[in-house]
Write a protein that binds this ligand. Sequence first.
Ligand code: ARG
Length: 386
Amino acid sequence: MCGGTLINRKYVMTAMHCVKSSGVTARSALVKIGEFSLNSAIETIPQQNIPVAQIIERDDYDESRINNDIALLRLSTDVVFNDNVVPACLPTDPNQQYVGQQAIVSGWGTTSSGGSTSNLLKETTVKIVANSDSTCLGPYGNIGSTRMCAYTAGTDSCQGDSGGPLVLKEDGRYTVVGVVSYGNGCARANNAGVYARVTNYLSWINENVADGWCSGTNPTVAPTTAAPTTAAPTTGGACDLTCIGDFTGNYLLNGLPATCNLGICSSTDGTDLCSALRFPCGTPTTAAPTTAAPTTAAPTTAAPTTAPPTTAPPTTAPPTTAAPTTAVPTSAAPVKPGKLCNLRCVNRNLNGNYLINGIPAICRRGRCRATDGSHLCKQLGFPCRR
Ligand code: ARG
């Protein structure tokens, strides 16, 4: 297993050695988004398990020197952002070295060298050091501009954390500056952890993830936040999202700036929120109650932008575990139900309405149909076989 960082709604950044080793193919890779506990479903918002459509490799990856250890995963379906699933920012200044800054590394890797992996996502803080620092130059020699070291005595990333994020706060937002790559043992005295240096790959990353931005524009040019300004917002039609939560205040919903009052949300940039989100709580007739238009509070920073970045561990397991996501109340009247899809291998107790990997569905004892007419099993890649 490896870690990864969600960059936008379609792409996860990970390590080359995670996808290069032991015959990992796009077909066999599964990304878990919003995961926390690997062996129990205690997440408040269930994780999204998304198959990988394409692995974008670095052709300059040097396996023997572990250089250019960075890869991108293009997901087969868009990630649904929520309070626990927010992409990390990419650095904007390619010359920033971050030396001396405290950074957070996270993952489900082993908790000691040769030890066992963690069921729960863990994080620790390490200090980014100069390549010339004795804890970096000493054990690893000259690592050049493609890698960086981070060292704090007594703590480190470890086996199984590879591909995961090393982030630090820039302007109040988590920016991913490193990709877990290698080290001598783990937390060994005077041996830093080594990370792929994200700033060295910015143009390659930006070129490859361009179609994953929600607005279709690259937020390194036009900042991600699409933060509501104090100017009078133009609002799109109201969209009923009460089946997902009682959102109140300002949010970025799948990258769209919105203002909500008890689950009824309107975009503040004029887009039709419900159709952009594919009517997660039902059709336009059930959504968009004109009477429940939210009163716009003075816009503040969109709450989810300050949430910690999501670590998305790509695994090599076959996509057999596509798990249902947000439960939807039964009030959303199903229209044109799609083909029956057996999801009993995922959860035999699925009863009622769900958003399964973003697809609204109705289930009875683990057998589900999409309520938007789509072919659920096909969309999910037949997780429990035909
Ligand atoms: N190569 C390891 C992996 O595949 C990551 C090791 C990181 N080691 C360290 N000391 N920071 O998971």
